[in-house]
Design a protein around this ligand. Sequence first.
Ligand SMILES: [Zn+2]
Length: 253
Amino acid sequence: MLTVTKNQIETLVQLQQIDVESRQIRSKLDSLPGKQAQLDSELREYESRIAERITALAELKKKYRAQEADAKVNQAQIKKSNEKLPSVKTNKEYQAILKEIEDLQKKNSAIEDEMLMSLELMEKEEQALAKEQAASEKLRTEIQMEKAELEQEFQKESARLAGLLENWEKVCGLVPEKLLARFHQVRKQSAGLAIVVVQDGVCKGCHMNIPPQLYNELQRANALKFCPWCHRMIYWNGIARSEPSRRSPDQVS
Ligand SMILES: [Zn+2]
């Protein structure tokens, strides 16, 4: 049986608070790069949508130029046919050329309708693109700000962690070697929570009632006791009532 003083129990509780807090900070620090990557991918997704719009608009313009070229070719052919008309010898030939001109004019009229539609579509696309580009600029600024904030948080939390680690070493030095070894052992076996309070006879580690005899012994706080159910180190809440006030407000998370 390990004998302990109230002071030593308080020190172990303090050690555990440092441990729990360090773990919280570590998991926060671990999550930050993922958050930054998420922001980056959000922006990339947006930018790739804009790139798609630019490509689509270029396609529309290309199509419009092709329609324009077709219309010009037809126009030239119409002109040529019209010039041929005065020198035609037979009526049949004359009618054939008129028919050819009429067909070309019909074709060009259809092309012109298509070109008008293309123009309308291009205008719409250009407006949508401009809107998205402006939104993307805004998003980029926002994301840059958010990333800077995350970076700041990372620095702040890293500094806090370094302070806690320093404190951890210091507090470890206050605990007798045997007791500290036991603490580490239980910590390893109990999901990182080595010492828990017993409040009104209930172990706060596993929420089971501890036997009344053990509860009585616990209140004397002169020997190291363990919860018979979860095997964690236990202490009576009456000895560490001042515990929450030891943490400064900015440490509460
Ligand atoms: Zn327990």
